[in-house]
Design a binder for this molecule. Structure first.
Ligand SMILES: Cc1cc2nc3c(=O)[nH]c(=O)nc-3n(C[C@H](O)[C@H](O)[C@H](O)COP(=O)(O)O)c2cc1C
Length: 395
């Protein structure tokens, strides 16, 4: 029902996104989209590219008088850096000698595997699309999905909880503590709420930069206010946990996704893992823990949906690793492209976008509706059902 796709190369003219299936009548706020794009560009540890770009969305279709029409919404984000790549990234025959040819693949990047698969001698033809520049489109689309979710009281957040080996305690906000969370996270250059630990993380990134190294880390994502009933246990491909994990794993450099305390839970006995249920007149059914991350049997259970997402270190190293020159067939050091040292804070923003996509998709499946009013009516009657039949008072 809700489909999103993207196109564009890192140093091409720009990036394009298309979203099909949004309900008609949804107000689209471009300023908020641009604010999200700006968030993706921030975060301590980014490389020089982010000083060149000021990502701004241009909506091309599907919106009129500030609201969606029900037709595909398409949008464009220009690559300012493109002007520095004239003659190299031309659509027609290259106007100048290709002095940016890549033949020394970077371990950990798509260069070699992509070149073999698509038979490209110049691995730039691979890395231009594999580059995480593409995540700008996902962020813009995510900002639109978030605007839809807010209509149903759903708020998406992220927080960085580890850089390299340095961890900090997760804040894990709920609706009541969101304001405090936003204040703290807003002050951080890392997107973590432990500002003391943040200083140490910054030092670690500085040291990595000096040593020509790179760092990964972990961020947590949450969707607050999701009603029970999104996703389904009935078929493997409808399970919400599986769908969200796939979306989050699709972000470049993300190598593991936990739902709730997934990895930690595997080491504990069941009595210390499963979230016990309680009941009283005022609250109805409630829980005091959320180790399952808001999903049981592939279905949202009404608790905050929580994911822990693990990012590997950036593959481009300024002190490059051993590679092979595939023009000369001899061992040489890998190519160095302008690169981030650590992009965990930026990846967390992209994670929010993918989580927003997954939740919006499942919500639309559940509520149906070609226009926002219909969706809202269906939502209202679903909440009534939850309250009347299931005494679901707390949402
Ligand atoms: C926000 C973000 C920024 C990234 N920046 C860089 C970068 O500057 N240099 C780099 O080599 N990889 C960067 N990456 C990671 C690569 O895009 C990724 O490792 C590569 O596409 C190979 O995919 P894989 O790691 O999923 O196998 C970034 C990833 C994200 C999410």
């Amino acid at each position: 029902m809700l489909e999103f796709t993207s196109a564009g190369e890192s140093h091409g003219k720009g990036l394009v996104g298309i979203i099909e299936g949004l309900p008609a009548g949804l107000a689209i706020n471009e300023t908020e989209i641009n604010a999200e794009l700006n968030r993706r560009q921030q975060g301590y540890g980014r490389g020089g590219r982010m000083n060149i770009e000021t990502d701004t969305v241009e909506i091309l279709s599907g919106v009129r008088d500030g609201k969606t029409l029900g037709s595909p919404v398409s949008f464009f984000i220009a690559n300012k850096d493109h002007e520095n790549w004239q003659g190299i990234m031309d659509i027609g025959p290259l106007a100048s000698a290709n002095d940016r040819k890549v033949t020394r693949p970077r371990p950990g990047h798509a260069d070699l595997a992509g070149a073999i698969k698509y038979n490209h001698e110049d691995m730039r033809n691979i890395l231009e699309r594999a580059s995480a520049r593409e995540t700008a489109v996902r962020t813009a689309a995510g900002a639109i999905f978030k605007q839809l979710l807010l209509q149903f009281g759903i708020y998406i957040y992220s927080e960085v909880v580890a850089i390299g080996g340095l961890t900090c305690k997760a804040f894990r906000p709920e609706r009541e503590s969101l304001k405090k969370f936003k204040e703290l996270a807003g002050k951080s250059q890392i997107g973590c709420t432990d500002l003391g630990r943040e200083k140490e993380m910054i030092k670690l990134i500085d040291a990595a930069r000096q040593q020509g190294e790179s760092l990964g880390g972990v961020f947590e994502l949450g969707a607050i206010g999701v009603t029970p009933g999104l996703g389904s246990h009935i078929s493997f491909d409808r399970r919400l946990d599986a769908r969200l994990a796939a979306l989050l794993m699709s972000i470049p450099a993300i190598k593991a996704v936990e739902i709730g305390d997934g990895a930690m839970n595997a080491a504990l006995p069941g009595s210390m893992v499963h979230d016990e249920m309680h009941y009283n007149n005022e609250k109805g059914i409630y829980r005091t823990t959320n180790r399952a991350g808001g999903i049981e049997g592939g279905i949202s259970n009404g608790e905050t949906i929580l994911a822990r997402v693990h990012m590997k270190p950036i593959p481009t190293l300024y002190k490059p690793l051993q590679s092979v020159n595939t023009s000369l067939w001899q061992e040489e050091k890998a190519t160095v492209e302008r690169s981030d040292v650590c992009a965990v804070p930026a990846a967390a923003v992209v994670g929010e976008a993918m989580l927003a996509y997954g939740i919006a998709e499942a919500l639309m499946e559940q509520l149906g509706g070609d226009n926002l009013m219909q969706m809202q009516q269906n939502y209202k009657s679903y909440r009534k059902y939850l309250q009347k039949v299931w005494q679901w008072r707390k949402i």
